[in-house]
Design a protein. Structure first.
Length: 242
């Protein structure tokens, strides 16, 4: 009998966390949602249940509790929080798949906080030596989840990691979310994926590059984040998306 996997989404109320949660609601998963602000997590779980009555979703109080029950843990938080959470779930996450979606940009968006010979995902793997860390979703903007199919083609989403089975499991998950998963290589490829996305963020800030090139008529602000008031791209709207 096929057993449902349980997925903990830590940072579920954020741009990415909520987009991932909603996109997986139709899948054969049990979703455990968690973030700092519990009433907002409860509200999100309720919205998902209303929109998708078949969804198996619940709000849960802390990242430790959510991770305890999960087979797959998605850390949909900023890089700094990802590192802190890793400390608290280290034992619980042993042998489990942990997905890093972070782009470790600095506060001024002028560079990455990680050294060139590493990546957010590899740093996470160091903190969780007994977990199977997989990089995924860092090259898909939160707004992409609304339109994962453009001109009849699924948008590509890169996946990287060292464990074959975990790569396969996360590729399935990426597919369920609506994207075309492409296994880009082992976990060290995360350096390229994170740098690639950093370049894209910078070009979009400078030239509206991604929106003009990929999304056609959609304006940059709404592309980055549909919660952002439409208008010219500001550091704030990028901050929400980075
Ligand atoms: N936005 C994008 O388009 C995009 C694209 C690719 C990758 N990413 C990456 O995705 C990650 C999240 O980005 P985002 O734009 O979704 O950020 P966001 O909107 O600011 O959301 C962050 C989420 O993390 C939660 N959080 C923060 N610290 C936490 C902690 N210690 N324990 C539990 N939850 C915590 C927040 O909960 P509270 O609000 O309750 O504090 C919130 O739900 C970042 O690493 C970013 O680089 C973003």
């Amino acid at each position: 009998m096929h057993m449902k996997s349980t997925i903990a989404i830590i940072g579920a109320t954020g741009n990415m966390g909520s987009a991932i949660a909603k996109s997986l609601a139709n899948g054969s998963y049990r979703l455990l949602l968690c973030a700092n602000d519990f009433p907002t997590v409860q509200e999100l779980a309720q919205t998902i249940k209303t929109d998708t009555p078949s969804a198996d979703v619940e709000a849960i109080v802390c990242s430790r509790n959510a991770s305890w029950e999960a087979d797959i843990i998605i850390l949909a938080t900023p890089y700094q929080a990802e590192q802190e959470i890793a400390e608290t779930i280290q034992e619980i996450a042993s042998q489990k798949i942990v997905v890093s979606i972070a782009n470790p940009v600095n506060e001024s968006y002028s560079g990455l906080v990680t050294a060139p010979d590493t990546s957010a995902a590899e740093e996470l793997q160091k903190r969780l030596p007994h977990s199977k860390v997989i990089k995924a979703f860092n090259t898909t903007f939160a707004a992409d989840f609304a339109t994962p199919v453009i001109d009849g083609k699924q948008v590509d989403a890169f996946v990287a990691g060292n464990d074959e089975e975990a790569l396969q499991t996360v590729s399935e998950l990426v597919k369920t979310a609506g994207f075309n998963p492409i296994v880009a290589g082992d976990l060290s490829v995360s350096r390229t994926l994170e740098t690639m996305q950093f370049l894209l963020i910078q070009l979009t800030m400078k030239y509206n590059y991604y929106t003009l090139g990929v999304q056609g008529s959609q304006d940059t602000a709404s592309f980055f984040n549909d919660k952002t008031v439409a208008g010219s791209l500001t550091m704030t709207s990028v901050k929400l998306s980075a």
